[in-house]
Design a protein around this ligand. Structure first.
Ligand code: TRP
Length: 474
């Protein structure tokens, strides 16, 4: 964010705190009968901060009333400044007119989250004692809420747990679906903490034209791909809502508590529900919120309700957790912290995310080496020039090139990636050569995934999905 907004405040809360401090300062100056010029200067700054606050949150500043997490200006109309260039990002739609993809810096301002800057990446590295994951080094996980608080507590030996999830809408998962799981696995390894994974088969039943049986079957099938990411069965609990909701009174009690503290008006504002949406959809957000509270899992946390939760997820899931963070203090629980990722672009370009329903928009986890090669060569949007001569002369544009974008997700070596970027931009590296590098990165990665998935039996899935204590002492 630019400095003109709240002197660099990164979130509505930070700006609110600055405003409160400035208000106090003005009061002190007035009481002390300070010079008029000095008082005027402070008042001017106060007014400016108030304008910034209104801009950021869409609400007027009121002393003693901290901003609600849901004070995000909803994006269901033209932008406030009249320009109609805003990106669409909600749990069901992601789109932008920009070939480089969604403007994530703007999203941070709109959602009121904080940027994961170099300082935070370094701090995660220091506290975990491990080199940061490439998703952190490369800004793929780019935004957060309260991560510093999680690290402060961890440094004082106060542990936390991870919560992530997946909506099982089909049997087929694509590489984009793995992003949060690859990163969550890394977090589990470096911090050595419990993990719960919610499979929202109920959500998919409510939103899609699918039977309950199919949704549940997809949940179990997807669990196999998730397990193949390498999670430790002694540290991980995977659950389907359709199963666990009925088996855990504690989980359901939290759902009901949340339901009592969120109004229809609020979910309408956050999710855009209308009068003709079924009541299942309207109450579903409470079910995605409940795993953020540790006492939803008494078998793991021995009934404790105060264990801090950290949620790695794609930024489109944030509306659920803004709502969760808003209700948490009102029902006596800590607010979950969050780490947000960017979207994995479709092969056709970064204007939208990959879709499981379009076979040519994605690389599936079941694709053969040949299918991978064909899809990348035929469908990956290229930032290269039309002819080799032109390309050699002017160079390609890695910022809109999907093969290059995919390499930023999956190629581990920073130096090699930077060299590829420079060579592509200079024209030394041709589109076909860049695509070949991607194909050679994806083929073994997918093959290894398929190998690991083959090892996952129904028995393994059952183990992961059985409510039980994990290897942690709470
Ligand atoms: N709603 C998510 C989806 O459709 C699934 C989900 C449930 C989730 N809980 C989560 C995702 C927590 C991230 C974090 O994919």
């Amino acid at each position: 964010m630019t400095d003109c907004q709240g002197e660099g405040a990164k979130s509505p809360m930070e700006l609110y705190e600055k405003l409160t401090a400035k208000g106090d300062e003005v009061r002190v100056l007035k009481t002390a009968k300070a010079e008029k010029a000095e008082i005027d200067a402070a008042v001017q700054l106060l007014l400016k901060l108030k304008i910034d606050y209104k801009q950021m949150t869409g609400q007027d500043y009121k002393a003693g009333c901290p901003p609600s997490e849901n004070s995000v200006a909803p994006n269901n109309g033209p932008a406030a400044d009249g320009a109609d260039d805003e990106d669409t990002v909600d749990p069901w739609n992601v789109s932008t007119n920009n070939a480089k993809g969604v403007d994530y810096d703007k999203l941070i301002v709109r959602f009121g989250s904080s940027k994961i800057d170099k300082e935070l990446v370094d701090r995660i590295e220091k506290v975990s004692g491990q080199k940061s994951h490439r998703f952190l080094r490369r800004g793929i996980f780019f935004s957060h809420r309260d991560m510093n608080q999680v690290l402060d507590a961890y440094e004082k030996q106060k542990s936390f747990y991870l919560y992530t999830g997946r909506g099982p809408s089909s049997e087929a998962m694509h590489v984009g679906h793995l992003i949060p799981f690859i990163f969550t696995k890394w977090l589990q390894d470096v911090f050595d903490i419990p993990l719960v994974i919610q499979l929202t088969d109920d959500e998919k039943y409510l939103w899609k034209d699918l039977s309950l049986e199919d949704c549940h079957r997809f949940a179990v099938e997807n669990a196999k791909d998730i397990i193949a990411c390498g999670f430790d069965v002694n540290k991980t609990f995977i659950f389907s809502d359709l199963e666990y909701m009925g088996a855990s009174p504690e989980f359901y009690r939290n759902v009901v508590k949340i339901q009592k503290h969120v109004t229809f008006n609020q979910v309408k504002g956050i999710f855009g529900f209308t009068d003709s949406d079924c009541i299942g959809k309207i109450s579903f957000p409470a079910i995605q919120a409940a795993p953020s509270f540790s006492n939803s899992f008494p078998q793991i946390f021995k009934g404790r309700k105060d264990i801090q939760c950290l949620i790695p997820c794609a930024i489109d899931q944030d509306p659920y957790f803004r709502m969760t963070r808003d209700v948490a203090p009102r029902i006596g629980y800590p607010k979950p912290a969050l780490l947000h990722s960017t979207f994995f672009p479709a092969l056709q370009g970064a204007q939208t995310k990959m879709s499981a329903s379009d076979a040519n928009s994605s690389i599936f986890l079941t694709d053969t080496p040949k299918q991978i090669k064909n899809k990348v060569n035929k469908h990956a949007f290229s930032g290269g020039k039309d002819t080799v001569e032109e390309h050699r002369m002017y160079g390609g544009n890695p910022d809109v090139d999907v093969a290059f974008m995919y390499l930023t997700f999956f190629l581990e070596d920073d130096e090699q990636l930077e060299k590829i970027r420079q060579d592509y931009a200079s024209g030394a590296l041709l589109t076909g050569e860049l695509k070949k590098l991607l194909i050679e990165t994806l083929q073994p990665m997918i093959e290894q995934h398929q190998e690991r998935r083959k090892q996952v039996t129904d028995e393994t899935v059952k183990q992961f999905m059985t409510p039980r204590p994990l290897n942690f002492n709470f």
